[in-house]
Design a protein around this ligand. Structure first.
Ligand SMILES: [Fe+2]
Length: 297
């Protein structure tokens, strides 16, 4: 689908306990030994974390803080132009810092009073069942590394900018947080991998890449769009289709290429009714059930 910020770099632990992050050959930081060491160190912090322990703090470098300042300012500007009112209000209430990368503890302190969500560390890709299932406990697994300083407005993988400026600004809305919560509750009812994949795909086309019509204009609410400097402008050129759960859960997409189809809601209430409502009643049979209904609901 969108080329940015969707593929996590694999993380492995060697026999000696050393944690290694495997960057792709195209990653802007792949030829920077200091950056690679840094990524290993930050991933090791997340791997060592156990629930209930204090959240790991990353001692961000001046270079990393500068990347945050640049991208945070640019995305705030883009948000005002392209994000829906619900996200803009949520971001305003949350008040994320623009001058430094917030630690996960700082994000949680701001988010928890608004919607009860808390952030915990992730080294990289978290298994689908764990990632989506933890929304039932209002927990969000977040990476802590930052994109390479040579390309502050681009990242090939989800970084702290995506997790925080994308998801936390969305999770600060009680209406969107309630949908995440239904996703988590649904995961507890699902046994098949097919149903779990269907849930992940509906989430992808709504909470990651969803758009909504507002005062005659198309605005975004998906975290993937909110955190992407390049792609946030692209959605207005996409083919927009009405919400259709059956389609969203099954349509083929290639996350490494631009895909010109997005699902556009007429209002936040429609997202709550159709997407939230689907998750609220979802079980293993739901993919088959929605496929047999002409409206795809
Ligand atoms: Fe995401």
């Amino acid at each position: 689908m969108f080329t940015e910020a969707q593929l996590y770099s694999p993380v492995t632990t060697g026999a000696d306990g050393d944690v290694t992050v495997h960057l792709s050959d195209e990653h802007p930081g792949v030829h920077d030994p200091a950056y690679r060491t840094r990524r290993n160190t930050i991933a090791a912090l997340a791997m060592a974390y156990r629930p209930g322990e204090p959240l790991p703090r990353v001692d961000y470098t001046a270079e990393e803080q500068e990347v945050w300042r640049i991208v945070s300012a640019e995305l705030a500007r883009k948000r005002r132009r392209y994000a829906c009112a619900e996200v803009l209000a949520a971001a305003e209430h949350l008040g994320l810092p623009a001058d430094h990368i917030p630690q996960l503890g700082e994000v949680s302190e701001k988010l928890f009073p608004l919607t009860g969500f808390r952030y915990v560390p992730a080294a990289g890709l978290v298994p689908l069942r764990q990632f989506f299932g933890s929304f039932a406990d209002r927990i969000f697994h977040s990476t802590q590394y930052i994109r390479h300083h040579s390309a502050p407005l681009y990242t090939p993988e989800p970084d702290a900018v995506h997790e925080i400026l994308g998801h936390a600004n969305q999770l600060a809305s009680p209406r969107f947080a309630a949908i995440y919560n239904e996703v988590g509750a649904a995961v507890a009812r699902l046994e098949t991998d097919t149903a779990l994949k269907f849930l992940a795909d509906v989430f992808w086309f709504s909470m990651e890449f969803g758009v909504v019509r507002e005062h005659g204009e198309v605005r975004c609410y998906g975290a993937g769009l909110l955190s992407s400097f390049g792609e946030i402008e692209e959605f207005r050129g996409a083919e927009l289709r009405p919400l259709n759960i059956a389609e969203m859960g099954t349509v083929d997409y290639d996350i490494t290429h631009y895909q010109p189809v997005l699902y556009c809601a007429d209002s936040i209430a429609e997202i709550e009714d159709m997407v939230g409502g689907f998750f609220a009643g979802m079980d293993d049979e739901s993919p088959l059930r929605v496929a047999s209904q002409p409206t795809g609901k």
